[in-house]
Design a protein around this ligand. Structure first.
Ligand code: PMV
Length: 360
């Protein structure tokens, strides 16, 4: 693949020093990405809701070096404290993007980040964290190449975020984004995410996502290991084909606003993701008993009330409860009365569909 459109050269004077602050949210996949090829390219297209509340704020302080060095120089602070264990990830990210961001070694950076969601809540901070850092870097690039168009800037931000953490590329814009080349999605690419190109039905406006924190412990199997287990997985090809078909189906649902069809496809995708984990070799299970209890309760509630509430899952035990804004009061009552008992320390986060990264 030729990604030369993302290469730039330093043409103007580099700014001496400054500070850029931005926020970028997490996202929740409706059609899941599980399985990748080098470097960080998806085996199938995925589609997600960008979130609003769960986000990372990143400040990038940059100071031009007197003499150009051969190393990346950066300091990292997480919630105000030095965070040496995050450094290798950023170092690897800088190495990966260096050929597209040629000014990196010209600066000493201080990167300060914080999250709105509790640390070790089981909510992955890589999507919001990597997209926030990519967004800050591209704001600096804009100072160096001011002619870059808004569209090119967003595409390259998503392209860089992807190289940090795959699903991070879907956090730059909102409310719905697609990552991965797909014949039914105009402009889609494996290299970056695009905003869902059609008009999303008003049924999905302000769509709610209440995240139930079922288990906040460290996952036994990381996403990286999980993706790798799709190589040689007995159902890999069927899964990638299914996801490709599901994108076409979900596209029509997002346009038509058919919530029953939405529930069917979203819940099936969540369970299929976990079925892939259970049928990997070695096999593993990330759901906990309380994950299943919550799913049962949601199904019962839906049957009794006719509600359009449904669930999806990430690569973990937490449950994302998705529902239309019109049902907010009723579903929140149901959650507090019947589901919170299954959350670790009764913790849950009220979120909703959002619009992507922003400068602060
Ligand atoms: O971006 P990664 O490598 O953390 O993988 C994310 C995988 C899922 O969250 C399980 C699915 C998805 O599409 O976000």
């Amino acid at each position: 693949m030729d990604y030369s459109e993302f290469s730039t050269s330093i043409v103007s004077e580099l700014p001496k020093e400054g500070l850029i602050t931005c926020t970028s949210p997490s996202n929740i996949a409706l059609i899941k990405y599980w399985g990748k090829r080098p470097v960080q390219l998806p085996e199938n297209a995925s589609i997600s809701f960008t979130l609003d509340h769960c986000k990372t704020t990143t400040s990038l302080r940059y100071k031009k070096k007197e003499v150009l060095a051969t190393t990346f120089d950066f300091e990292l602070l997480f919630e105000g404290q030095p965070k040496p264990d995050f450094k290798p990830k950023i170092q690897a990210f800088f190495e990966r993007i260096e050929s597209y961001v040629p000014f990196l070694k010209h600066y000493t950076f201080t990167i300060e980040t914080s999250n709105t969601f509790p640390h070790s809540s089981g909510i992955a901070s890589s999507a919001s964290g990597m997209s926030a850092l990519a967004y800050c870097l591209m704001q600096l690039e804009k100072k160096i190449t001011p002619d870059i168009t808004d569209n090119d800037l967003l595409r390259k931000t998503s392209f860089l975020a992807r190289l940090g953490s795959g699903s991070a590329c879907r956090s730059i814009e909102g409310p719905v984004t697609v990552w991965g080349e797909h014949p039914d999605v105009t402009g889609s690419s494996d290299a970056f995410a695009v905003k869902f190109p059609d008009t999303v039905h008003q049924n999905f406006e302000h769509y709610q996502d209440t995240i139930l924190l079922i288990d906040k412990g460290e996952k036994q199997v990381s996403s990286t290991v999980g993706h790798n287990l799709m190589h040689g997985h007995p159902f890999a090809h069927q899964r990638f084909d299914q996801a490709t078909k599901n994108i076409s189906t979900l596209k029509e649902i997002l346009i038509s606003g058919d919530l029953d069809a939405f529930i069917g496809i979203v819940e099936s995708e969540a369970l299929t993701l976990h079925a892939m984990m259970m049928t990997s070799m070695p096999y593993f299970i990330l759901m906990k008993p309380h994950t299943l209890s919550v799913i049962q309760k949601i199904w019962e509630y839906r049957k009794i009330t006719g509600s359009k509430v449904c669930f999806t899952l990430d690569a973990g035990a937490n449950v994302h409860v998705l529902y239309p804004n019109q049902e907010k009061e009723k579903v929140l009552n149901f959650i507090t009365n019947e589901l919170v008992a299954y959350c670790q320390n009764g913790q849950y986060i009220c979120d909703k569909i959002g619009f992507g990264a922003k400068i602060v």
